[in-house]
Every structure is written in C-alpha cells, then in structure tokens.
Write a protein that binds this ligand. Structure first.
Ligand SMILES: C[S@@+](CC[C@H](N)C(=O)[O-])C[C@H]1O[C@@H](n2cnc3c(N)ncnc32)[C@H](O)[C@@H]1O
Length: 193
C-alpha cells in the first residue's frame, strides 16, 4: 500500500489522530474487492486516510467531513499536493449536519469521527448507505477501554458507553450483518442488507 510517510509523521508530531496502517490497508482491500465507487469518510483530520484510499483504490470519489478548521486547511493543502482535488471532496462541516441533509448515497462509509457520536450517526448512515454497502467504524476497542483491558479514564466514560451501545446495536441491527474485527484499534465491519 502506498502511503505518505510525511503526512503520517506530521500527524504524529502534532498529535493529530490518524488511522493506523493496517486499518487503512483493510479498508483499501475491501473497497477494491467490492468495487465500491462512492466513499464517505467521517473525520478527515489532515487527509491521511482519504489520500491513502484515493491512491490505493479504484473508487471514483471520496467525500470527507471535518469540523476543525485548522485540520481542514491542512487536509486541503495535502490533497492539493497529491493532485487529488478531483477525487477527494473535503467538507468543513459538523458530520451530523451533513448526515441529516445530504441527498447522496454511498457504497462505502468509513466512520472515524467523534466516537461518542457513532451511535447517534448510525440511523442516518444506514439511510445513505446503498444496499450491500459497507460501513467500517474505527476504534471500537478504544485502546482496551471498551473491552475492559485497561481502566476507563475519567473523561472517557460517556464515550465508552456510546461505543458499547454502538457495538451492541450494529451486531443486532435487522438491516446490518456485522463482524467486529481485531484490526488496528478494533473495527466494526457492517454490510447493509
Ligand atoms: C481520528 S481523526 C480522523 C482520522 C482520519 N480518518 C485519518 O485517517 O487520518 C477524527 C477527526 O474527526 C474530527 N471530528 C470530531 N468531531 C467531528 C464532527 N462533529 N464532525 C466532523 N468531524 C469531527 C476531529 O476533528 C478529527 O480530526
């Protein structure tokens, strides 16, 4: 998989959360194997995920959502430097506002925004995911706090509760077939029936 080590290291250096290589490798393989054409990424950060997906898959376009102005501006620079402005559409927006109002539908959705909101986004995501479309949600282990391997830090209680609710909902949802995969920080892999 082709990745831009400079963007990755800039993310690490500036403490911007970026996707892990094995997570992106799984995502790219899944997009290619299922010939997914339309991709939505919730949580752009500085564009590492969308650039990696754009450069390693046959998808036609990626819409990517980011709420933070500084990260959005950095992502714009990185996407332009990779000459990918025709393939990656960056949106400076609260993901919930986008999900509630968009008229587009997607073959693949990468959920990597605010973890406590996954459960609230889910009904809207299911609406805009095409039949047989794939939803991958990152950080379902949240560094071991969801599984109980490490104690839940003080400020993380609500978020972990939200993630647990997300996991129990996707694994029992009548419109989804779901597996929880031990890749990266734990991935929810759901297919819309
Ligand atoms: C884990 S990072 C995304 C990493 C990115 N997917 C990648 O592969 O490099 C999550 C991002 O979601 C953004 N975010 C947080 N709340 C958001 C919201 N309500 N709407 C859109 N983006 C949000 C954060 O600012 C952060 O940059």
């Amino acid at each position: 998989m082709k990745i831009d080590e400079n963007i990755k290291h800039s993310g690490i250096e500036h403490k911007v959360p970026i996707s892990m290589d094995d997570t992106l490798s799984f995502i790219c393989k899944t997009i290619n194997e299922n010939a997914c054409k339309s991709v939505l990424e919730i949580g752009t950060a500085i564009g590492f995920g969308s650039i990696t997906i754009a450069e390693n898959t046959t998808c036609e376009f990626i819409d990517s959502l980011e709420i933070d102005e500084t990260r959005y501006a950095e992502a714009q620079k990185n996407v332009a430097a990779h000459k990918l402005t025709n393939k990656i559409n960056l949106h400076l927006i609260d993901a919930m506002d986008y999900l509630k109002t968009t008229t587009k539908t997607y073959d693949f959705i990468y959920l990597d925004g605010p973890k406590g909101q996954y459960i609230n986004y889910l009904p809207y995501i299911i609406k805009i995911l095409n039949k047989n479309g794939i939803l991958v949600a990152d950080n379902l282990n949240f560094h071991g706090m969801v599984t109980g391997e490490i104690p839940i830090s003080k400020g993380c209680r609500a978020m972990i509760k939200g993630l647990k609710k997300y996991i129990s909902t996707i694994t029992t949802h009548p419109k989804l077939t779901t597996q929880i995969l031990p890749i990266g920080d734990g991935l929810g892999y759901s297919i819309k029936k």
